[in-house]
Design a protein around this ligand. Structure first.
Ligand SMILES: Cc1ncc(COP(=O)(O)O)c(C=O)c1O
Length: 379
C-alpha cells in the first residue's frame, strides 16, 4: 500500500471488540484481572492501553517498521532511545540537531558519563572519522533543524553498520510521508509527533519505530519503566490527524517549494535554506531519499535588515515556536528554538543570530506570498 492508503487503513485502526471504525478512547488507568495471578493482556495503562496500541501499530506501519511506541513528547521518545546508552558509551550526533536534543546530550547524558562527538553528518567521512571503539550509535536528523541540511541516510548507515554501530534518525521534519529512514538502512526512527503527525498544533507527542525485536524489547522496557507514555486522549487525537497526513503534506510540500522560490527572488533575502531548490547543495540527496521536500525552510535577510521588525509584522505567519501545523509559523532560532545551545557552538554550526525559520502551512499560496511581500516591503 502507498502511504496515502496506509494513513487510512494501516495498522489496527478498527476496534476488535465492536468493529467501531474509529478506535475508541479507552480512558482507564487499570483493568479488571479476572483471575489472581492469571495472564491478563491488559493490566495497567502505563504498560498496555488499546487506544495507544492502535496508534502505535499505525505509526509502525507508516514508518514501514514492525514495532512502534508512543511517548508523551518528542523529547521523551528521544530520551527513551538514549536510554539504550550506558556510562562509558559514546555517540555521534549531527552538529545542528534540534536544540532540545543537544541539551539532553550535553547537559543530561554527558554528566552521566556518556560522551559525544558532534559532526556534520552530511559528510560521511566526518562520521567515519568520529567513530570510536565505544561508539554505540550514530544519531542523525535530516533535514536538520534549522539549516535544512540533508544527510544521505543510506551512506551514513553503511558507514555506521560497517563498524557495528546503530543508526537512529529523527524524522520530525520530513514525516514518514516524505521520508522513511528504515527503508534507507536506519535501525531506529523517531520523531516528535507534535509536528506533522499531530499537524494541528494541539498535541505534544513522540514516537519510536524499529524493525528489530531486540531493540523493540529494550524500548518497550524503557517506556514501561520510565513511564513517559502517551495518554489515551492524545493517542486518539494523533490517529485522527494521521488520516489527513498525506493530504496535508502534499500541500505543505507544494506551498513550501513555491515560497522558497519566491523568497529566493526577493532583494531583501540573502539566502534561502531549502533542500528543494535545485541550487541547494542538499538537492540531489534530498531528491534521492525524499518524496517531497517538506514544509520547513530558513532564510537570511540581507545584512542590516531588522529581523525583529520583520517577524513581528507578518499577519498570517504567526511568531511562534514549533512547526508542522496547518498554520504558517515563523521564528528566530537563536532566540527561540535553539536558545539552549551556547552561542559560540550555535555560531560555529552556522546558526546566525538573525536566521529566520519558517514553517509553511496549508493556507492559500497567494495569501502567504502576499503576507511575506508586505513584511519584506515594510523593511
Ligand atoms: C527535530 C525535532 N526533534 C524533536 C523535537 C522535540 O519534540 P517535542 O517538542 O514534541 O518534545 C523537536 C521539537 O521542536 C524537533 O524540532
Amino acid at each position: 500500500m502507498d502511504i496515502e492508503t496506509q494513513v487510512i487503513h494501516g495498522g489496527n485502526q478498527e476496534d476488535p471488540l465492536t468493529g467501531a471504525v474509529v478506535p475508541p478512547i479507552y480512558q482507564t488507568s487499570t483493568y479488571h484481572q479476572y483471575e489472581l495471578g492469571g495472564e491478563a493482556a491488559y493490566e495497567y495503562t502505563r504498560g498496555e492501553n488499546p487506544t495507544r496500541f492502535a496508534l502505535e501499530s499505525v505509526l509502525a506501519n507508516l514508518e514501514n517498521g514492525q514495532y512502534g511506541y508512543a511517548f508523551s513528547s518528542g523529547m521523551a521518545a528521544i530520551s527513551a532511545v538514549m536510554g539504550l546508552l550506558k556510562a562509558g558509551d559514546h555517540l555521534i550526533i549531527a552538529s545542528d540537531v534540534y536544540g532540545g536534543t543537544f541539551r539532553l546530550v550535553h547537559q543530561i547524558l554527558a554528566p552521566l558519563g556518556i560522551t559525544y562527538t558532534a559532526v556534520d553528518t552530511a559528510d560521511t567521512s566526518a562520521i567515519q572519522a568520529a567513530m570510536q571503539e565505544n561508539t554505540k550509535l550514530v544519531y542523525l536528523e535530516t533535514p536538520s533543524n534549522p539549516l535544512m541540511h540533508v544527510t544521505d541516510i543510506r551512506a551514513a548507515s553503511d558507514v555506521a553498520h560497517a563498524a557495528g554501530k546503530l543508526v537512529v534518525v529523527d524524522n520530525t521534519f520530513a514525516s514518514p510521508y516524505n521520508q522513511r529512514p528504515l527503508e534507507l538502512g536506519a535501525d531506529i526512527v523517531l520523531a516528535s509527533g507534535t509536528k506533522y503527525i499531530g499537524g494541528h498544533s494541539d498535541v505534544i507527542a513522540g514516537y519510536v519505530v524499529t524493525r528489530s525485536k531486540e531493540l523493540a524489547d529494550q524500548i518497550k522496557l524503557i517506556q514501561l519503566s520510565v513511564g513517559a507514555v502517551l495518554s489515551p486522549q492524545e493517542s486518539f487525537l494523533l490517529q485522527r490527524s494521521i488520516k489527513t497526513l498525506a493530504l496535508r503534506l502534499e500541500r505543505h510540500n507544494d506551498n513550501a517549494l513555491e515560497i522558497a522560490k519566491f523568497l529566493a527572488e526577493q532583494d531583501q533575502v540573502a539566502h534561502v535554506y531549502y533542500p528543494g531548490l535545485p541550487g541547494s547543495a542538499d538537492y540531489e540527496v534530498a531528491r534521492k531519499q525524499m518524496r517531497g521536500f517538506g514544509g520547513m525552510m530558513s532564510i537570511d535577510l540581507q545584512p542590516g535588515l531588522d529581523t525583529k521588525y520583520f517577524v513581528e509584522h507578518l499577519k498570517l505567519f504567526t511568531l511562534a515556536e514549533s512547526l508542522g501545523g496547518v498554520e504558517s509559523l515563523i521564528e528566530v532560532p537563536a532566540v527561540m528554538t535553539h536558545a539552549s545551545i551556547p552561542r559560540e557552538i550555535r555560531l560555529a554550526n552556522g546558526i546566525k543570530d538573525e536566521l529566520v525559520r519558517l514553517s509553511v502551512g496549508i493556507e492559500n499560496i497567494e495569501d502567504l506570498k502576499e503576507d511575506l511581500r508586505q513584511g519584506l516591503a515594510a523593511l
